[in-house]
Design a protein around this ligand. Sequence first.
Ligand code: DC
Length: 228
Amino acid sequence: MNIPDIIIAIDGYSSTGKSTLAKLIAEEYSFLYLDSGAMYRGVTLYALENGLIDKEGTIDEAGLRTALPTLDLDFRTDGTYIGDRCVEKLIRTLEVSSHVSPVSAIPFVRNFVDEKLHAFGKRKRVVMDGRDIGTTVFPDAEVKIFMTASAEVRAQRRFDEMKMKGQEPVLEEVMKNLLERDYIDSHRETSPLSRAADAYVLDNSDMTLHEETVWFQGLCQGKFGILE
Ligand code: DC
């Protein structure tokens, strides 16, 4: 199937499998995959490592605002980098997960990340996942998908993923973090998580990955009049 040079925006709740589907699309149809959440996670890791978030979770916003322009955050083929250091593993810990939503709710942090995302999006033939890609970052994206799944299914998926990575998660904590993030992400003032009016909803609670890809193919066939 030949998909034209477009932008595909995949938004949705935490742990709905956005990145799994996005990576699969990228591989199958030669798109560049960009994980916008990794940028927010990178900023959060940087803030934690530089003492800009205290033990109670309070963010030193003035300090972060001053430091942010010097933060050299980048995507490379093998993951997210701060300067020359690959931080891909570090940004996926529960510690970063539990601070990332408040950090990503800060408007100047969103501007910092949006600038980077727009620069990447200039290329077209990009599939990007996040919370506000179809609503704010690329409102003109040709294909928008909004992913959802039951909280139980999502918590179990994230739990399994963390175990596979050698971490020792507790299911209740994973669930708590997930629900907290859903709440903060969808209630913040700037670019809250919401479904774009023209997004296609994909509830994958009871779907296999193969079924999701078949669903995506059907969507593109219908939208672009592709016959095969
Ligand atoms: O997709 P993720 O779980 O790695 O994202 C981490 C956090 O980053 C998420 O809880 C909210 C924030 N985020 C955002 O606000 N906007 C995006 N486009 C992507 C992520």
